[in-house]
Write a protein that binds this ligand. Structure first.
Ligand code: GDP
Length: 333
């Protein structure tokens, strides 16, 4: 083989040789009762994975360092999906910044360090699109991270998530681990939080429109001006992308996960109104915060690796509503 060709082959090997998880691999899904974790478990069940490890919050508090280390030493998972986090919408983030910072930092420190110490083969860390600066160019490329100031309404959560992805990077560099980080856009789907005080916009609006329709209320109030843009990804698509990246990506750089398209909150409200079949009027409460004006992710890196989303916003909303009906979500206070 001529020298140039040889060098090329050697350079290509690391990316071509990403070992995929086999169906018997021991996989720990941290946060399996949440929006993302439950979607991952659904994915693994559907695809015939047989050795999924989970622990509910009452059995293992991931903020407790010694418990987390003991759990990893006992179970010795081969792969970890770190989907456990304290999450919430714009109001929850603004109201509980200390909890968002403390809980998320503690979970990340404990799980990432224990994964390293127990010799986990590969870990996938779930970040968030709110790690990017408030006013960065759109769509947001991965390398815009830490180029200017963050959005104030979710700064605590963003700082914790940035620390998490930097931990993964640092462990890879210092200890040679294989910890990858992905940054999902705004998510929605089954097992979301539908409590109006802490929820994100989609579960909040689903609840508001369903309840207004039932009660025959003439108006539904949407927070803010309706002008901000948001990108929404159905959580089963996210789970699919995470498993795809676990099996096909070994780089140190973070990877955005999204759809590549967004809409205004006013447009989203109209779509939800239509899907719910509500006939009243939408009013905007501009005294509530808008948050960041836009956060559309650039998904070129993910798409060029060979992944695309499958679920449209309308279809995802229908699936979410069907799950709410089955689980009587709107009957609960
Ligand atoms: P963000 O993406 O971090 O800002 O989180 P959210 O999903 O909480 O909010 C997204 C946008 O939807 C913001 O501009 C909110 O003001 C707007 N929004 C409109 N109505 C609601 C609502 O009832 N609940 C929430 N959480 N957001 C709403």
């Amino acid at each position: 083989m001529e020298l140039k060709k040889k060098i090329w082959v050697v350079l290509m090997i690391p990316t071509m040789m990403v070992a995929a998880m086999n169906k018997e691999a021991k996989i720990y899904v941290a946060g399996h009762n949440g929006l993302v974790g439950s979607a991952l478990v659904r994915h693994f069940e559907r695809e015939g994975y047989t050795n999924i490890v989970t622990r509910s919050f009452t059995d293992l508090d991931l903020r407790n360092q010694s418990d987390v280390h003991q759990f990893f030493q006992q179970e010795r998972p081969e792969y970890v999906f770190l989907a456990a986090a304290k999450v919430g919408g714009i109001l929850a983030n603004a109201t509980y910044p200390a909890s968002f910072l403390y809980d998320n930092l503690a979970i990340e420190l404990n799980v990432i360090h224990a994964a390293y110490r127990s010799g986990v083969k590969k870990l996938l860390f779930l970040g968030s699109s709110c790690i990017y600066p408030r006013n960065c160019p759109q769509p947001i490329k991965e390398d815009y991270l830490l180029t200017s100031e963050l959005e104030k309404t979710n700064e605590a959560y963003a700082i914790a998530k940035i620390a998490g992805l930097k931990l993964c990077e640092a462990y890879n560099r210092q200890y040679g681990t294989r910890f990858i980080s992905v940054m999902p856009t705004n998510l929605y789907g089954p097992h979301d939080n539908f409590d109006l005080q802490v929820s994100h916009v989609i579960p909040a609006l689903l609840r508001k429109f369903v309840e207004a329709k039932r009660a025959g209320n003439p108006e539904v109030t949407v927070w803010g001006t309706g002008a901000p843009y948001r990108e929404f990804l159905y959580v089963d698509d996210l789970a699919d992308a995470c498993v795809f990246l676990m099996n096909n990506y070994d780089g140190d750089e973070i990877v955005n996960i999204g759809t590549g398209t967004d809409c205004t909150i006013a447009e989203l409200a109209s779509v939800i109104k239509k899907e719910v079949g509500y006939k009243g009027t939408i009013v905007f409460d501009a005294s509530k915060p808008d948050g960041t004006p836009r956060k559309l992710l650039n998904v070129e890196k993910l798409f060029s690796l060979g992944w695309q989303p499958a679920v449209s916003l309308e279809s995802g909303l229908q699936k979410t509503m069907a799950w709410c009906t089955t689980n009587a979500v709107f009957e609960q206070e």
